[in-house]
Design a binder for this molecule. Sequence first.
Ligand code: ZN
Length: 273
Amino acid sequence: MNFENIISECKKCNGIGVIIKKDGSLLDCDCSKRVDYLKRSVNAGIPKIYWKLKKDDYDFFDTIGGKKVVNTSKQRAFKEIMEYIQDFKKNISSGKNIYIWCSQPGRKAGTTLLLTYILRYALKKNMTVLFSPFSFLRGAANDKSYNDATWTEHRKQLIDTDILCLDGVSVFKTEGFAAKERIIEVTDARSYLQKPTLYASYAHPNKYIEMFGPIASSSLSEHNTKFIEIIVKDDNYAEKRVSMNVLVGLLKKLRSQGNIDVSMSDLENIFRS
Ligand SMILES: [Zn+2]
């Protein structure tokens, strides 16, 4: 991806990326700071659709009977995320996780958008960030051709990053023991190192803990995690439900053909876009 024209077209610094001050010292121009931020967003894996979304873009409303009604759980979730950002330093140094969930697949809860506000703030604070679709991590952790050396490298990235965001977390039964072991190894190591992991999930935390066992409950305990639930009341759901059934059918078909890497959230993303 090429961002260089942001610098070359900048009138403030005449396209050189730095400003020469009166005393002769150099200062990075805003344009080069912007390019640096965008490059780091790409490296962090944050989907491009989120790069420009502002706080005002978060939708607090449900449509009920054709009317827009404020959803208090979305309001509360937004407030909790903003509080996390306000107390950023303390939350990061203490490794405070966020587990935000909406157990109604297909409804627009904005869980990912809320977490990207934190990720983008962290990038501006020069921290390292990694956005990982859960289905991708699950696929990688479960891939038998993914040998130990490859996994070790991937695991190192997941553990080393200051903030890890797991998007589209779902409970799965199809994979073997190895995938769960590999995933829990990552979240457990992060918890031990007091590094925050942010989860955007379709599963109630109890279901998640049930799936991963006792280690998950300590790496996702009450005292180190902010739990936030969103309940969507939008009545467009009835309409969407039909489409969800189609998606579930499609998912079953893909699974039966051996495509275990595709998740419900992947299909939903395709369906929504
Ligand atoms: Zn400039």
